[in-house]
Write a protein that binds this ligand. Structure first.
Ligand code: APR
Ligand code: PHB
Length: 392
């Protein structure tokens, strides 16, 4: 049976970055990813990197293309009641900003580094079970190239996303999951048209939420709040653009450029946290441990902060023999996780219209948005959370 120090399940951003950080510290690891490389490299996800995430990618040597191609954004725009308010991040946070650089690009950069001399990364290696989480030698069972294989590990890290198998290695009752499912979804499109704005626009409207984001100076990414169970086939291109126009409308006018739509998908919205993020020698990181709704784009950034904390803890263990940081991993991460959970929930519930929402509740949303426009303190609270906290 093969052996490694840290067995990493899942080659999304969490697993790939953890492998990079461990490799840089001289710690042995293996990444097992169930999908093929092409699939992992084209999966559409959010595209906003916090200041701390960029700092980590730079420090790990994975930011060369990000620094060339990423778009630096110094704020966002909020829209409600047919008016707009800019939130200036550096001015409100002491200089923090965000980068527009798609998660798929981060993943491509990390895979390129790993295949050019990093730790072993196996694609089409589907983990079926993790055994012995409470022993000194947990064992990962997986299939690769049609064969059943096993990998024995000192530690196992589940970076296998929300539907992964690692959480199942933890016995019922040892962990608790806190969850909320939202009564609406996002309908996301990619369009071959330059963005109609310099910064992202988050719009509250009586017709529901809309978001204008981007992937580059030539590709726009837009989202509409839709009912759960919406079928993209019911949304011909013209209907999408008309609805976006209506939700982004401003007094005084504003023009949304239209272009060919190259992708349409409906995404459910969920908040979820599993506590603790560790059991025995099995750790959970990224989406395997927590999910946020996408309003505020915290998912990738939380995955990054988890693995930074974990890599530091493994390095401490290797250098000094002390498991103190490993033992603190779950508590350290959960403080930041719950802050991001609250912020994502706040952005979601302030900007979306719940199907059962009363006019009273709509007035409360408007009052909250008015407060952000009127008070630098309220705006700074939003800016600080959006641009992201420093990693503890
Ligand atoms: N065996 C091996 N790999 C698996 C298994 C399995 N049984 N199950 C899932 N995986 C892989 C998936 O194919 C995927 O590549 O684990 C990876 C998990 O990656 P992500 O879902 O991207 O999760 P994570 O790395 O935690 O990144 C968090 O993803 O959902 C977004 O918004 C979220 O941006 C955030 C990011
Ligand atoms: C995206 O570009 O996909 C995106 C941006 C901001 C969000 C969510 C998604 O809040």
């Amino acid at each position: 049976m093969d052996h490694t120090t840290v067995g990493i399940i899942g080659g999304g951003p969490a697993g790939l970055l953890l492998a990079r950080l461990l490799h840089n510290s001289g710690i042995d690891c293996v990444v097992l990813e169930s999908r093929d490389r092409a699939y992992v490299e084209q999966r559409q996800r959010a595209g906003i990197l916090e200041q701390s995430t960029v700092d980590v990618l730079r420090g790990s040597g994975a930011a060369e293309r990000l620094d060339r191609e990423g778009l630096v954004h110094d704020g966002i725009e909020l829209r409600w009641n047919r008016r707009a308010q800019r939130i200036d991040f550096p001015a409100l946070t002491g200089g923090r900003r965000v980068w527009v650089y798609a998660q798929t690009e981060v993943v491509k950069d990390l895979i390129a580094l790993q295949t050019a001399g990093g730790a072993p990364l196996l694609f089409e290696a589907r983990v079926t079970a993790v055994a012995g989480a409470d022993t000194d030698r947990p064992v990962v069972h997986y299939t690769h190239q049609g064969q059943d294989k096993t990998l024995s590990c000192d530690y196992v890290v589940g970076c296998d996303g929300f539907h992964g198998v690692t959480r199942k290695a933890i016995p019922d009752g040892a962990c608790r999951t806190f969850e909320r499912v939202y009564p609406y979804s996002w309908f996301g499109i990619l369009a071959d048209v330059p963005p109609s704005c310099d910064e992202l626009i988050y719009a509250h409207s009586p017709r529901g939420f809309a978001l204008h984001s981007m992937r580059s100076t030539t590709v726009s990414r837009l989202y509409l709040q839709v009912a759960n169970g919406t079928d993209p086939a019911d949304w011909p291109d013209e209907r999408i653009w008309d609805e976006l126009d209506a939700r982004f409308a401003l007094d005084g006018g504003w023009r949304l450029e239209r272009g060919p739509i190259t992708s349409k998908a409906v995404l459910p919205m969920r908040s979820s946290v599993t506590e603790p993020m560790r059991w025995g020698r099995v750790f959970l990181a990224g989406d395997a441990a927590h999910i946020v709704p996408p309003t505020g784009a915290k998912g990738l950034n939380l995955a990054v902060s988890d693995v930074v904390v974990l890599a530091r803890a493994f390095a401490r263990l290797q250098d000094t023999g002390s498991a103190e940081l490993l033992d603190a991993y779950s508590d350290t991460c959960l403080r930041r996780v719950w802050r991001a959970e609250h912020f994502s929930y706040f952005m979601t519930t302030t900007l979306h219209t719940d199907p059962g929402q009363s006019d009273f509740e709509t007035r409360l949303q408007i009052s909250q948005l008015d407060r952000i426009a009127a008070s630098p303190h309220a705006a700074a609270e939003l800016a600080g959370n959006y641009a992201g906290l420093t990693i503890e």
